[in-house]
Design a protein around this ligand. Structure first.
Ligand code: NAI
Length: 335
């Protein structure tokens, strides 16, 4: 199969080449897919894209016109692909659903601990030989209440990890996981109740039309004033404007995030010379009660290896006319 891989990152290239083992004829480009770069796919049977690429209807129609038939995502989230439209126009789409939920869950823990124990500030101070502790006071996780929004692959690992810290666990999800309820005393409650009772709130749902701006002013207002919100899912689940207000006026304690609502075109690039013009992101980064990482939760050796292997597996299935277990079939309206 002739395949064009968009948004190729230096750190994944060798792993993709190794997983492919010269099977498919792959061309790697660093360009992200959008309506202007879609024409690069002329002459290819399949493309592979990443979470920052744009596979909305207008782009899919160009791809269809160019006779591209398959799209393999190198990500678990697929809010950037209009899956319903792809299905309607006959393009088949698969993702990499479970390449390493541990990588993401562990990064969420890292955000909580890093934010809570002021690790970034501590390290900056120590580099200046300042060993004072006055502004480094955190809290024990033991005995705190953690609310997990979405107990799917990543959320359920977080239940286990926070339980090991001695936390009380609340969750909200469309589906209740009885194993987690029995094993870790997890209590399913409404989103509002979770927000009211939790000291730490972790977002682990996909970005869909139902979860878009799910966390907004009415929910920030019921949260504890020292509650910390952790987001390793997608930026668009949180209303950034409302969040900035809540962080500035002390409605909530803090925000630790790996994702940002308008990260496309900014994240995965070095903007240190050009700077950025997104005022909300600048404000978010500059606040003293935030911790922002650059969508890095998936960059572990193990996760990258699995992503590469899953990408090639998806292509193999299509070429060999086998059922592809990662093919997306959902009728849900994905943003
Ligand atoms: P999953 O599909 O296993 O779990 C998602 C859970 O959310 C499911 O249990 C589902 O029932 C629940 N859910 C969906 N809509 C809901 C709603 N409206 N209300 C309540 N619950 C709802 O997904 P997984 O693998 O745990 O990943 C979650 C998200 O994490 C992905 O969709 C992706 O956006 C993000 N992610 C971020 C990464 C990063 O590098 N920061 C890497 C991988 C995933």
């Amino acid at each position: 199969m002739k395949v064009l891989i968009y948004s190729t990152k230096e750190f994944e290239l060798e792993k993709l080449k190794k997983a492919n083992n010269n099977k498919h004829k792959i061309t790697y480009v660093s360009d992200a897919l959008d309506s202007t770069t879609a024409t690069l796919a002329a002459g290819y049977d399949a493309i592979s894209i990443f979470s920052g690429d744009d596979a909305s209807l207008v782009v899919l129609e160009i791809l269809k016109e160019l006779e591209v038939r398959y799209i393999s995502l190198r990500s678990a989230g697929y809010n950037n692909v209009s899956v319903k439209s792809a299905k309607r126009i006959g393009l088949r789409v698969a993702n990499a659903p479970e390449y390493s939920p541990h990588a993401i869950a562990e990064h969420a823990i890292c955000l909580v601990l890093g934010w809570n124990r002021r690790l970034i500030t501590a390290n900056k101070q120590v580099q200046q030989y300042n060993f004072l502790l006055n502004n480094l006071i955190g809290f024990n996780l033991d005995g705190k209440t953690v609310g997990i929004i979405g107990t799917g692959r990543i959320g359920s690992i977080l239940v286990k990890l926070f339980h090991a810290f001695g936390c009380e666990l609340l969750a909200t999800d469309l589906v209740h996981n009885h194993f987690l309820e029995n094993q870790y005393d997890l209590e399913y409650v409404s989103l509002k109740e979770l927000c009211k009772r939790s000291d730490i709130i972790s977002i682990n749902v996909p970005l869909t039309s139902d979860t878009h701006y799910m966390l907004n002013t009415p929910l920030f207002q019921v949260m504890k004033p020292n509650a910390v919100l952790v987001n390793t899912a997608r930026g668009g689940i949180v209303h950034t404007g409302d969040l900035l207000k809540a962080l500035k006026n002390g409605t909530i304690g803090g925000y630790a995030t790996d994702v940002y609502e308008k990260e496309k075109g900014i994240f995965f690039r070095d903007n240190s010379f050009s700077g950025i013009s997104d005022e909300q992101l600048k404000e978010l980064i500059a606040l003293p009660n935030t911790l922002v990482t650059p969508h890095q939760a998936f960059v572990t050796e193990e996760a990258l290896q699995n992503i590469a292997e899953t990408t090639i597996y998806n292509l193999d299935c299509w070429e060999e006319n086998r059922t592809c277990k990662n093919e997306l079939e959902y009728g849900t309206v994905i943003l």
